[in-house]
Design a protein around this ligand. Structure first.
Ligand code: ADP
Ligand code: NG1
Ligand code: MG
Length: 454
């Protein structure tokens, strides 16, 4: 299985790494032993379905987290960040806690650290001196959290002289990021490790596999940040959706007389019932009602008490919810899973109207995220509508939503004029305008995580 590459710093990035090295020296009075880098990602289509077991279609972006790292001869983890809004932190390698209620930046590092320690059952992990430098807009759906977790796992692995393949690291990081409290599905960590320059990837789970998806000639993808930040670790939105999908899985399995203990995800229901995605959609429309389900109703349907329902299917982050939109959430999941396959198919067949059709799939995806999954917000809806008015063939929120970024498909030769038109969203507010360079940019499929030396 492929290992994480070790490479020379590319010429374009030399200045950044040299400056990091200097800052590292000014803090620790020595040079870093190596650099670890993990990129963020933009998901082109397939939102909120990775944790339901369905394939997604992201690409890595250029923006990344880089960690300059050196081994120390004590048992301390010393963490510094080039951005002063992330205050320094230190702890013993064997004594630390990860706060799931109000996670701080260094807790994401500790997720990756803990993942490696647990995987290798390290009793005395080596001490580390670290300097973190990130340029992925945080809490914006471009996966800054996973880039940090993946990079932390890489630095810890190398300092302790350990080895894992990219696939093993993807799976390890998917699980260890859950220490922060979010029940993610693995897309972000997989693309951060497995991305390759020039190609988007179809990512399938169980087992984790990737397939190159070459984007049609003439397609450009522009990312625009709504400038509404949504911290997934500090809020409940994300886990409530995961819980709704878990409950929908049980209710659908029950109505199909499937063994409910063997069915964990919506994709299991499809697999075990031998239906196509279109048939799952018709089935949901037939058996699930539009009005939200109460706890009592779900418990009765499953033959459980309300306490049993809570203990088996809800978590600390979803226990307080009274109403569950089972029909809307499962309709989104099955239809979005279908759109991913169509998107991939359209890229490989590349007919004359491929861009138009890809754009339509992206618009449908946004509509479904907004109306069925209820994970958009007014600013994201506004940005998507403005994008389509400004020449995008399709536009949708990317990442978990409730804020963060949109991704729009633009004919390549219209990118400049498109960005000019989108400026009006930023000009509306000085605080948006102040961040426009980091908020509005075209993106090509970037490369995956690696180690670097100067
Ligand atoms: P995203 O959509 O970017 O993954 P999350 O809410 O999942 O958003 O994670 C954002 C959190 O990740 C931030 O609140 C911060 O704690 C951490 N983070 C992101 N970028 C950095 C960085 N450059 N340095 C330190 N921590 C970072
Ligand atoms: P972001 O928005 O990057 O935190 C989250 C999940 C993904 C996926 C998307 C929605 C984590 C680490 N990431 O991404 O697994 O479910 O939302 O498609 O939980
Ligand atoms: Mg995240």
């Amino acid at each position: 299985m492929a290992a994480v590459p070790i490479a020379e710093v590319p010429a374009k990035q030399r200045e950044r790494y040299e400056s990091l090295s200097k800052t590292f020296h000014s803090i620790y009075a020595k040079k870093p032993d190596f650099f670890a880098r993990a990129p963020g990602r933009v998901n082109l289509i397939g939102e909120h379905i990775d944790y339901c077991g369905y394939a997604v279609l992201p690409m890595a972006i250029e923006q990344d987290i880089v960690i300059a790292a050196a081994q120390s001869d004590d048992d301390e983890i010393q963490l510094n960040n080039s951005d002063s809004k992330y205050a320094p932190f230190h702890c013993k390698t064997t004594k630390y806690a990860i706060d799931r209620d109000a996670p701080k930046w260094f807790h994401y590092f500790l997720c990756g650290f803990r993942g490696i320690c647990e995987n290798f059952q390290l009793q005395q992990p080596r001490g580390m001196q670290l300097l973190i430098d990130g340029c992925i807009p945080a809490s914006s759906g471009l996966s800054s959290s996973s880039a940090l977790v993946c990079c932390a796992a890489l630095a810890t692995m190398r300092i302790n002289d350990l080895h894992l393949s990219k696939v093993e690291l993807s799976e390890l990081c998917q699980h260890c990021e859950r220490h922060i409290g979010t029940e993610g599905g693995g897309m972000d960590q997989a693309i951060s490790f497995l991305a390759e320059a020039g190609t988007a990837k179809l990512i399938e789970f169980n087992p984790l596999t990737t397939t190159d998806v070459t984007l049609p000639h003439g397609a450009a993808f522009v990312i625009a940040n709504s400038c509404v930040e949504m911290n997934k670790g500090a809020t409940d939105h994300f886990n409530i959706r995961v819980a709704e999908c878990r409950l929908a899985t049980q209710v659908l399995a029950k109505s199909l007389s499937l063994p409910t203990d063997q069915v964990k995800k919506l994709s299991d229901v499809q697999l075990k019932s031998g239906r196509r995605l279109s048939e799952m959609i018709s089935f949901v429309e037939e058996v699930l009602h539009v009005a939200p389900y109460t706890r009592q109703e779900i418990a009765d349907l499953l033959g459980l008490t309300e306490d049993e329902l809570r203990d088996r299917f809800l978590t600390a982050r979803s226990q307080m919810v009274d109403l569950f939109n089972l029909r809307q959430r499962s309709l989104h999941v099955f239809s979005e899973a279908d759109r991913v396959l169509k998107f991939k198919d359209m890229c490989s067949k590349s007919p004359a109207d491929a861009l138009l059709q890809l754009g339509n799939l992206m618009n449908d995806s946004h509509h479904s995220c907004s109306k069925l999954y209820d994970c958009s917000c007014q600013q994201l809806d506004e940005l998507c509508a403005l994008a389509v008015e400004s020449g995008a063939l399709g536009s949708r929120l990317t990442g978990a939503g409730w804020g963060g970024c949109t991704v729009s498909l633009i004919p390549e030769d219209k990118t400049e004029i498109f960005c000019e038109k989108i400026r009006s969203f930023y000009e509306e507010r000085p605080e948006r305008m102040a961040r426009i360079d980091a908020s509005l940019f075209a993106s090509c499929p970037g490369k995956g995580a690696a180690f670097y030396s100067l």
